[in-house]
Ligand binder design. Structure first.
Ligand code: NAD
Ligand code: SHR
Length: 414
């Protein structure tokens, strides 16, 4: 049996979440669930290393949360271990903020225990640095039959960017023909090279070939081949580069009238120079090599010597600006629209002890879980975030720390 609250009707108001992972993003999810004790009456934090979960529990208990917090050890690569934990804890929902490698094992465990599921990044096999939704979309029928919801990609990008596009479509457009998603981190952590979320996942993402969708087809580019300069609100002028990003795949299907959709991310010169050197000497490779009689993956070794993203909070200053530019038509007239959020690294640190990259991912993960748990987005099946009504999520962003702004006269990207 799952939580009694789970059985109590369509508009459920409160319940228990099992949070898997205890890294940078999980830390924010834990803090935000504990601020939202009316909905998250209980949480269990589970990860490979239980002491990291215990440290998070201590932090929120010292802040006087009303949410009951427990912790557990789990290897999320093991379906039997996950099933045992879910059966013991009986959560209403599992929030997966471990790594993309664990998406399918956690979805399998949710199916077996009939528990709702939320994540922030799509499945990726450790041996192939390629983001694709096909593996998770293959669970649609099974989730529908089991009567449970999987909400995919409830971070910022993917996540809020999908909600922004759904909101634009619902309120301002008959059709959206062009979308540019712009992800700017204008923050400075003072290190010559560090990544603001898991280094292994970050470097796999940015060293892959770029791509965008035009007229229904993927167009591939060399890594960092397409560069533009953009003047970001509250940050200033930054160089940004076209990357492949997972939400392009689902938005191209779910938003009406798309002719072209692209994703750009900013990078500082120091980050790019270090990345190039590391690539040139083979340190970003995911192919195992033999070192002193044992097999190691160079990128995993590199991760071990880089700063832990969760430790960057105290030293990072500046702001992020992430948003979407939509161009399309309403009542036959051309509409230009931009919706974005700016987030200050130090404000995040003061509130939850994390930098803004973890914050901008963890807040939407909590909100997505709240949408499903309270019944607003409860629908059996597997869904990308833009398939739900964006309005309650947009309201929750304003309430829970990620207020957004809109303009009908944005700078465009050529
Ligand atoms: N959508 C977005 O906007 C966005 C942005 C940043 C990060 N993310 C995603 O958020 C997730 C977390 O990122 P992070 O920066 O917190 O990473 P992190 O490395 O700081 O944390 C990952 C956590 O998962 C745990 N973990 C890893 N493998 C495990 C296993 N087999 N069993 C149990 N626990 C395991 C680790 O111990 C760690 O606590 C990643 O999937 C990342 O891709 C999404
Ligand atoms: N929401 C993002 C966060 C990625 C930020 C990565 N940018 C690098 C830039 C590093 C630099 O220029 O110093 C970062 O680690 O912040 C996502 O989609 O994954």
């Amino acid at each position: 049996m799952t939580s009694a609250l789970r059985q109590s009707g369509k508009e459920r108001k409160m319940g228990k979440a099992l949070i898997i992972g205890a890294g940078g993003v999980a830390g924010v999810v834990v803090h935000k669930c504990c601020q939202n004790s009316e909905v998250f009456t209980e949480i269990c934090i589970a990860s490979r290393t239980k002491s990291k979960c215990d440290a998070l529990k201590k932090q929120v208990e010292e802040k006087g949360t009303k949410t009951k917090v427990t912790t557990a050890q789990v290897d999320a690569d093991s379906v039997p271990q996950l099933v045992e934990l879910i059966n013991k804890e009986k959560p209403d929902i599992v929030i997966n903020v471990a790594l993309p490698y664990q998406d399918l094992t956690i979805m399998d465990a949710c199916l077996e225990t009939k528990t709702d599921y939320v994540d922030t990044a799509n499945y990726e096999h450790p041996d192939t640095a390629k983001f694709e939704y096909k593996y998770q979309w293959a669970y649609r029928e099974k989730f529908e039959k089991a009567g449970i919801t999987a909400l995919l990609g409830s971070g910022f990008d993917p996540g809020v960017t999908g909600v922004f596009c759904a909101y634009a479509q619902k309120h301002y457009f008959d059709e959206i023909n062009y979308i540019d998603i712009l992800d700017c981190n204008g923050g400075d952590h003072g290190y010559p090279f560090a990544t603001n979320f898991n280094p292994e996942i970050n470097i796999r993402e940015v060293s892959a070939k770029g791509s965008y969708i035009e007229d229904g087809k993927w167009v591939e580019t060399e890594p960092m081949e397409i560069k533009r300069e953009y003047d970001f609100e509250q940050v200033g002028k930054k160089d940004m580069y076209l990357l492949h990003h997972e939400e392009l795949e689902s938005l191209a299907l779910n938003i009406k009238g798309i002719k072209r959709i692209r994703f750009f991310m900013t990078f500082g010169q120091s980050y790019l120079t270090h990345l190039k050197c590391l690539e040139n000497v083979g340190m970003t490779s995911i192919k195992p090599i033999m070192y002193e009689g044992r097999e190691i993956v160079p990128l995993q070794f590199l991760k071990a010597v880089l700063p832990d993203p969760a430790s960057l909070g105290p030293r990072t200053v500046g702001k992020t600006n992430i948003g979407c530019i939509c161009i399309g038509k309403k009542d036959g007239k051309e509409v230009h629209y931009k919706v974005y959020n700016c987030c200050d690294h130090q404000e995040c640190y003061k509130e939850v002890g994390s930098q803004a990259i973890s914050y901008t991912t963890g807040v939407p993960a909590m909100i997505g879980a709240m949408m499903v748990m309270t019944g607003k987005w409860k629908k059996p099946g597997v869904y990308n975030i833009e398939e739900f009504d964006p309005d309650p999520f947009m309201d929750a962003l304003n309430k829970w720390g990620l207020p957004w702004h809109e303009t009908f006269d944005p700078e465009l990207v050529d």
